[in-house]
Design a protein around this ligand. Structure first.
Ligand code: FUL
Length: 706
């Protein structure tokens, strides 16, 4: 019987009641529909360009300019364009390596602070057109844009606002010049995904021969508002990076060391100052979407310097960089300093490809793809939003809960006991970043054990922890701005990275051995023999006698059975009893703390000396000096010295003097030997430094005994 007939057979009152009921039901259905309507955005949200950019995750930077040929970090602006001659340049090499490394684009320093242009700009003579490269007919911006197209990579440009060559820099006319150049770059080379406006505005420069110090007001000089409008008009799909001036689409993370804060909101305030901690962590209640990009170089400096050939980031360092950038809601912009011949150095190529292989291995098998999960609740009990949506490998679907429910958990049943050590989680940021804190637990021996407790998630968060063996995993959001939207969860068991460990010995003589990957075991020997997994196992600092020492060590994974090559270090007698006699500053102890990265500078300019009491007589046959290892510390490097010894700190005998030759290009230990001396006191006098009148710096000083 039809519904109408059923109604006709009823009394009027019954009919009215029934209709009323149906109406009510309709209301119910409607309101339950209302409940499962899509979640509302939590403002601010990313625009389409920022979203597309975030999904790129990892792309490269290349630094090449006229200062590559003068071995400088920044060109002064007077370098002769004739120096510029990358005879083997092939942008396809950069594109091939970037592609094979898993990167999604390349950003070129089209003009660095020197003002030298890598394209034949109509507006200046200071460019490739006056260089011998391709007989002055080359256009590197074009060559790279073409190579990117060929390799399916996106292309971006760095245009330094600071120009140390241009005569008008500092005057309004320069802004016209700058915009003309921007127009060339954003018009003539196809799609540009990102433009980079470096914030460095150092002051001194050539400036067309003026050779002076020019200061500008970073807030007003560039009139960013109108410059941004021009950029967006020419390239509507671009994102703008700027670490100074008006808020752009992307932010600097406050360091070039390769990490962003663990707490990382993709938000800032649209106006007002941005102190360093805001760059590092973002601003929880910021009113503008300004996500962080982690820019770092594969070597200590951005341009190529032969002296850094031995200081290329290692595989474990690159892995750390990845987890501390992409794994913390950032993107990774990794720089290749290009050699004078125009190519990426083979060491850089090898490590970046090893890095790609290691990431592939680590994230090879998602242990929870399409595995059944139970959520504490899901939105309106609508399947569209249930727990499975976080495990379906589809970033466009998500698990969420009812409006304003700010805590929720999801339990994944692994069905059998499973090893895992990585947890990856993503928010559906199209509707805003919401999660403030979360925990991760594992079901071990019949109880929940906490693995980790963290703050923000954002586009992507990856947690690393020692391997856990468990049947179940529980992910709990403990606080959020509004109902959380979790688009993706992945779980992995990444293999241990096996690389030679680092060996150091501190002032007290204790030896520390650190593997590249915390999960690796270390085995070592102290007698010069080759170590293997049957040797002594390292469990913590090794106290050693004061004598000379040779340490060899390997990293080992019992799971894969892989063992690294051995690293080895030779140490002379310990510096346990050493004391600097003529300096009261406690930091002076850095010069024998066994840490190459720490440094101490004398309070006076050269000539300056330090006198050390070694605490007991030593059979000296030499000494060695290690310079400050930081790039901008060049001026403090000692070039001329005198080294004297004494029995009583009264009568001194000069045993070695002269020069640390080629020290600028060779930042390793400078070793000087002399005839045997049995003494207790030593004195190093720094007579001259590389900088005209700088304070001499010492990273380490050590002796060589018989
Ligand atoms: C810095 C610059 O001064 C460096 O030379 C480099 O270009 C780096 C990416 O940004 O601020």
């Amino acid at each position: 019987m039809s519904r109408l007939k059923k109604i006709i057979g009823l009394s009027k009152l019954q009919v009215v009641k029934r209709i009323g009921l149906s109406f009510l039901c309709l209301l119910c259905i409607n309101s339950s529909f209302a409940q499962v309507s899509a979640p509302q955005p939590v403002l601010p949200i990313p625009n389409a360009n920022q979203l597309r950019w975030q999904q790129m995750e990892y792309y490269s930077f290349v630094h090449l300019s006229v200062n590559t040929y003068t071995d400088m970090a920044w060109g002064f602006g007077n370098e002769n364009p004739k120096f510029f001659n990358p005879t083997e340049l092939d942008c396809r090499q950069w594109a091939r390596i970037s592609k094979e490394a898993g990167m999604k684009g390349i950003i070129l320093t089209a003009k660095h602070h020197s003002g030298f242009c890598l394209w034949p700009s109509k507006y200046t003579e200071y460019s490739v057109k006056n260089s011998p490269w391709r007989d002055g007919k080359g256009d590197m911006v074009k060559e790279l844009a073409d190579a990117c197209k060929e390799y399916g990579l996106k292309f971006g440009v760095y245009l330094s606002p600071w120009d140390r060559n241009h005569p008008d820099y500092g005057k309004p006319e320069y802004i016209t010049y700058f915009r003309n150049q921007l127009t060339e770059l954003l018009t003539n080379y196809g799609d540009v995904f990102e433009v980079w406006f470096d914030g460095a505005n150092g002051g001194t420069g050539y400036y067309g021969g003026a050779n002076e110090n020019r200061k500008i007001d970073r807030d007003t000089y560039y009139d960013w508002k109108n410059t941004y409008a021009l950029v967006r008009k020419l390239q509507p799909e671009i994102v703008i990076w700027n670490d100074g001036g008006d808020r752009a689409d992307l932010r600097w993370v406050g360091t070039e060391a390769g990490y962003v804060g663990e707490t990382n909101w993709s938000l800032l305030n649209a106006t007002g100052d941005v102190p360093e901690d805001m760059l590092r962590y973002g601003v929880e209640n910021g009113n503008a979407w300004v996500p962080g990009e982690v820019n770092t170089s594969i070597r200590p400096e951005w341009f190529y310097h032969p002296k850094e050939d031995e200081r290329v980031k290692t595989l474990p360092q690159l892995m750390d960089t990845y987890y501390n950038s992409v794994g913390r809601n950032g993107t990774l912009l990794l720089n290749f300093p290009i050699m004078p011949n125009g190519l990426i150095h083979p060491t850089d190529e090898k490590v970046v490809l090893d890095f790609a292989a290691a990431r592939k291995e680590a994230f090879d098998k998602n242990l929870v793809l399409n595995v059944k999960a139970q959520a504490s609740s899901f939105r309106g009990k609508d399947k569209k939003y249930n727990a499975d949506k976080a495990l379906d490998g589809n970033e466009d679907t998500y698990w969420t809960v009812d409006n304003q429910v700010k805590t929720a958990s999801l339990t994944i049943d692994l069905k059998k006991e499973t090893d895992f050590n990585r947890f990856l989680v993503q928010e559906y940021i199209t509707l805003g970043q919401r999660v403030k804190s979360f925990t991760l637990e594992a079901w071990v021996n019949g109880a929940w054990e906490k693995i980790d407790e963290q703050t923000t998630i954002g586009y992507k968060r990856i947690l690393r922890f020692p391997t856990v063996k468990a049947f179940k995993i529980r992910f709990t959001i403990t606080d959020a701005k509004a109902e959380p939207l979790i688009s993706n969860i992945e779980v992995y068991n990444a293999p241990v990275i096996i690389s030679p460990p680092t060996i150091t010995r501190n002032k007290n003589g204790d030896v520390r051995i650190v593997p590249g990957d915390e999960a690796a075991e270390i085995y070592y020997t102290l007698d010069g023999s080759s170590p293997n997994n049957q040797s002594a196992k390292y469990t913590g600092p090794i106290a050693t006698s004061d004598g000379k020492l040779e340490v060899k060590a390997v990293s080992y994974s019992p799971v894969s059975g892989k063992m690294s090559e051995a690293s080895q270090e030779k140490f002379d007698v310990s510096r346990k009893h050493w004391k600097v006699l003529n300096v009261s500053d406690e930091n002076v102890n850095r010069i024998f703390d066994g840490q190459n990265e720490t440094n101490w500078n004398t309070k006076e300019k050269a000539p300056a000396e330090i006198i050390i009491d070694m605490g007991q007589n030593q059979q000296l046959v030499g000494f060695q000096y290690l310079q400050n290892q930081h790039w901008w510390a060049d001026g403090s490097i000692i070039t001329r010295y005198e080294f004297s010894v004494s029995d009583d700190n009264q009568k001194w005998k000069l045993v070695s003097d002269g020069e640390f030759s080629n020290i600028k290009n060779n930042p390793t230990w400078q070793v000087k030997t002399f005839n045997l001396m049995n003494v207790r006191y030593i004195k190093l006098l720094a007579i001259k430094t590389l900088g005209e009148s700088s304070n001499p710096g010492i990273a380490e000083i050590d002796i060589i005994t018989k």
